[in-house]
Write a protein that binds this ligand. Structure first.
Ligand code: HAM
Length: 427
């Protein structure tokens, strides 16, 4: 029979232990930063009714048109088409509405961490299953929340030890001022219609803002001359953007205004931003992105609720941490391995194990019948700092041999002083 090798699905990857330590560190830093910024954690399902994405993210977006993993109904009692979540915001908005969070004390600040799924063409930094850490604030339309959102994303990346960070920010206005901008934009592009690519001809009718984001070289040249959205903002949107930037100045966030910043999701109003690192070769792909979406809660059937948030792409951040050789504290491995010989020793060892655990010392113990040599070899393989050797004689005298495996020296201690001795040596 021929041997079969199964591969992980295209665009997915295994996270092996040597990389996983970065993930743990990322999670811990993010959790601490967000708790300190007043956010609490939420979990929502990995799949939702596909409509929340098509309505929320937008019918004409790449995510909805080309990238959703749809789960078609398989029996007559299931009438809903579900989709693996391509992003977290729409699901959190659904949860906000369903759980009546508008009756909670506002603003409601939530964060989440988990896998997202997009059927994209896999390449470096672009996966079909990828992790996002996201944060969303509901119920505050002031620039204070735009600030808190950008600042907390910035602060996570700064605390991780990343350098050369930059925020690109813009405002794309509100339903009052955006139509006027669209009109200007359409007028400008209609005059250049012969030079536009096929995709842009569609964008011109369906989603004019995305004209500014076309990757086609000729279209990019045209976009450089296009009207600037910041010139079309209504007074309220202009002040809101100014206030946001003033907060960022205050906190020392390095930012650039990029008036052609267009996001791939349709729900945004006012503030939009991306965070990137710049290396020798120039700007890298975004580590995270977000913005304000004051209309989304209502669009998905909830009460009028302003909201703002962002997501960070965890794979990309970890790649940059490794590229920039960021030093992370290594998690504690096995600190003590108990080696015992005989029934009485097993009895005593159980008690020692519990005492060590209580003191938060990482202890490895298997009450096996292996010999001394075998158990010590196992301890060495685990990179354990100490071995505690309990023979029948030690067990009778309530003593134990403490062996330092890095120096191969050992001393005998009474069990009652053992824990303190180990704590002292682990410092
Ligand atoms: P997004 O720009 O689609 O926004 O994604 C946010 C971040 O997720 C990106 O900047 C990138 O780092 C990462 N990312 C996106 N797609 C992939 C992929 N295929 N592979 C690896 N990483 C990826 C959103 O998802 C919005 N929900 C952000 C938001 C939250 N806006 C308001 N609240």
């Amino acid at each position: 029979m021929s041997r079969v090798f199964y591969q992980s699905p295209r665009g997915t990857k295994d996270i092996l232990p040597s990389e996983e330590i970065y993930w743990q560190y990322f999670f811990n830093v993010a959790q601490k930063t967000l708790s300190g910024a007043g956010f609490t954690k939420i979990e929502t399902p990995h799949f939702e009714n596909a409509e929340i994405y098509s309505r929320g993210i937008g019918e004409t977006t790449d995510i909805v048109q080309k990238e959703m993993f749809l789960l078609q109904p398989t029996s007559s009692d299931e009438q809903v088409t579900y989709a693996l979540r391509p992003e977290g915001t729409a699901g959190v908005v659904r949860a906000y509405i369903q759980n009546g969070m508008n009756s909670w004390s506002q603003p409601v600040r939530l964060w989440y961490f988990g896998a997202m799924f997009r059927r994209e063409r896999p390449q470096r930094g672009r996966y079909r299953e990828f992790y996002q850490l996201g944060a969303e604030i509901f119920g505050d339309e002031s620039a204070k929340s735009d600030y808190l959102v950008v600042m907390s994303a910035w602060e996570i990346l700064r605390r991780l030890g990343l350098s050369n960070l930059i925020v690109y920010a813009s405002s794309i206005g509100c339903p009052d001022c955006r139509p006027k901008f669209y009109a200007k934009l359409k007028k400008f592009y209609k005059e250049k219609i012969n030079r536009l690519c096929q995709d842009c001809l569609v964008r011109l009718e369906k989603n004019p803002l995305r004209l500014l984001d076309c990757k086609n070289e000729r279209c990019q040249e045209i976009a450089k001359e296009a009207p600037n959205i910041l010139d079309s903002l209504c007074p309220e949107c202009r002040i809101h953007f100014q206030n946001t930037l003033e907060y960022l100045d205050y906190f020392g966030v390095r930012y650039e205004i990029e008036s052609r910043l267009v996001r791939g999701l349709d729900y945004y109003t006012r503030t939009v931003f991306e965070i990137a690192t710049i290396n020798d070769k120039g700007r890298q792909s975004a580590l995270g992105a977000g913005g304000r979406y004051d209309g989304l809660v209502q669009l998905l059937g909830g009460p009028v609720t302003p909201a703002v948030g962002y997501s960070l792409g965890v794979e990309r951040i970890i790649e940059v941490m490794r590229e920039q050789k960021v030093k992370i504290p290594l998690p504690r491995g096995v600190e003590v391995t108990i080696v015992q010989l005989g029934d009485k020793a097993k009895e005593v060892s159980r008690d020692i194990h519990d005492r060590l655990v209580k003191e938060n010392i990482n202890v490895f113990y298997i009450p096996s019948n292996d010999g001394l040599r075998q158990q010590l070899q196992a301890a060495a393989k685990l990179d354990s700092r100490f071995a505690l050797i309990v023979g029948q004689r030690e067990a009778m005298k309530a003593e134990v041999i403490l062996r330092d495996l890095s120096t191969s020296t050992q001393e005998t201690f009474a069990i009652k002083v053992l824990v303190d001795e180990i704590k002292k040596r682990l410092k």
